[in-house]
Design a protein. Sequence first.
Lengths: 345, 149
Amino acid sequence: MAGQKKLTVVISQHQGKNPVKRQLEEELAMACMMDPEVEVSIVPNLYDLSSDHSGMLFLSGIRGDVVVLSWLYPRATQWILDRSGIKGKAGTVLLVSDDEEEDDEASTATERPNAIGTLDVPNRLIYCVDLRASPDPREFLGEIRRIVQETSTETVDLLSWIQGEPKKEQLERYLNPQEMLGIGHSETGAIAEVEAEEKVRRRWYPVIDYDRCTNCMECIDFCLFGVYGVDSLDRILVESQDSCKKGCPACSRVCPENAIVFPQHKTPAIAGAAGEVAGLKIDLSQLFGGGDAMELAARERDIELVRDGRDAVGMEVGIPKRQPQTCGVRDELDDLIDGLDDLDL
Amino acid sequence: MAEELVFMMGKYEARVPTDCLYSKSHLWLRSEGLRYHVGFTAYSVRLLQDVYFLDWSVEPGSQVYEKQEIGEVESSKALSTLYAPFDGRIVEFNELLLADPSGINTDGYGNGWLFTFETTAEPLTPEQYLAVLEGGWEKTQNMLKGQVN
């Protein structure tokens, strides 16, 4: 039994040609190649791949557990894959960046009963690892080894539930789907680079986190570029990815659940960082003129409308009427005024 | 030594020099020929404390509109997105600060300037800015308190 199953590891490349990042990718790929229990592949940046790109098709063909390493927040990776129908239960990754650590616990503790969730999740695990979590390849390899152990234990359990023994070929096919696709093996029997001839250009579009989304439709009301639509079950979806305006994150600011991710945006909360606010620092943006997220969203949208030769609409169209968040009860205020110096902000 | 107004933040004296003009977003603007030098007021610096990271997301020479995101600042205790104080043009950034932002803390009204700026907007007078501080102090404390708790 042991040694038959290989864990698939997929490395999603950085968009740029940064040599440090490329080197980390390559070192990881080489080391994984040497590991008999790991099958490794490299694909271009996941976010830029269309659903019918060979890299995505390859990922779709994987039936077992998979580790995806990318230069994106794990939440972003998870929901980019989900959009292309690559689904699974989220595996718990222990190697996370320092910024994410505290947030992680907070976010897993938060149950979101109103979220609509994603549909048809198969019983396998997808581990999304952020390549920015460490500069040291050994840390990633350690994590991959840990996941190999974790998943091989689970596989035994899983297989013991199956009624009757599967034939050896069936098992083989289930465990090594790459062979069916005819990719995943070169002569050395390990590494496959699914980059090929297909030109990958940089893209910009929103990704919906269905573990947060409540199907409130505020995004579809707000976006005037036809990016959003609904499926046959009236669930919100990103229908026309490439109608989205490059650099514009306005709809994610409008989303009351922070469920809309723009994986390449510079603000962590928009790019899919786990928590609601970054770390434990005080955010002074409001003080420095940030003001209201709705105002900002409307302004960003106006800029894109005008660029398209259309009229700006300001706050007139598709802005939800919501109560502003209040920040707690007013008490002990006098202490605070005098004690600001002692507060150690 | 320029004259100054003072705003009391609890026990802390936030200086408001009278040779500068101001924005509601807590930046000072000091006229340098046709342009302004722009920096953080003492009030901002007091809330930020030790700044260790400063990053600009627009290029020097960019036309910006009021409240447009132009960069980010991070200190030991706080972080913030930075926004353009008015419609105008950012001419250049203070290169020295990009290498070492500590000038913001040591000489906030002088060498700690952030960028040079051209605008036709009319910034606030020191008296008007002081009124903004007085009017907003309670709200600011609530905001801080809401985040600290």
